[in-house]
Design a protein around this ligand. Structure first.
Ligand code: SF4
Length: 186
């Protein structure tokens, strides 16, 4: 099993576990076979000083290294979710723990694994609340306003009531009387 450990200083078995994961200066990579340490190497953390997104960047780097487990004192939700999605185990140790000691515990099967973070699901879309909660009758169409040309006072582009020139197709004034009105008031 290949384990990555965020290390406090220069990395290696004599170093201690860093208090931070994604911002650790260096990662110690330890290969364990048959409960024995087979290989140890260190890699510099390129994501240490990035302004944001260090967690997923580090996880990508560890995936490339073929890491199967990490030791972390604490993890942000993004890094934790990325590790879980990659199938990488997470062991939790207090910061400052000697790396050698932590590796021994893991190889003996005595190290506790971090509980899994429940996968994030976007909230299910809720049925939209409509108001009013009953079907509304269709809105009646807005009637077209009458036009000067349909008014009894309109003649050859002029309003004989107001003695004004009007445009035949413009909306009528409140004194509009339809040409076909069955009544007269004068
Ligand atoms: S609608 Fe008004 S402005 Fe137009 S022709 Fe009739 S009275 Fe004159």
């Amino acid at each position: 099993m290949r384990i990555a450990i965020p290390s406090s200083k220069d990395g290696g078995l004599e170093d201690t576990i860093s208090a931070v994961f994604a911002r650790a200066p260096v990662f110690t990579i330890v290969d364990i076979e048959n409960k024995e340490i087979k290989n140890v190497k260190t890699i510099q953390n390129e994501a240490m000083n990035v302004p944001s997104g260090a967690g997923p960047m580090v996880v990508q780097m560890l995936i490339k290294e073929g890491v199967e487990a990490v030791i972390a004192p604490q993890l942000g939700p993004n890094a934790m979710a990325a590790l879980q999605a990659a199938g990488i185990k997470v062991y939790t140790f207090p910061p400052g723990t000697p790396i050698k000691e932590a590796i021994k515990k893991i190889s003996k099967g005595e190290a506790p694994q971090s509980p899994e973070v429940p996968p994030y699901y976007p909230p299910a879309p809720q049925p939209q609340a409509y108001y009013p909660p009953f079907p509304m009758p269709a809105r009646p169409p807005i009637p077209e306003p009458p036009r000067h040309k349909d008014c009894i006072h309109y003649k050859n582009g002029k309003c004989e009531f107001w003695n004004l020139t009007v445009h035949a197709d413009d909306p009528a004034c409140p004194f509009f009387i339809p040409k076909n009105a069955p009544w007269r008031w004068w």
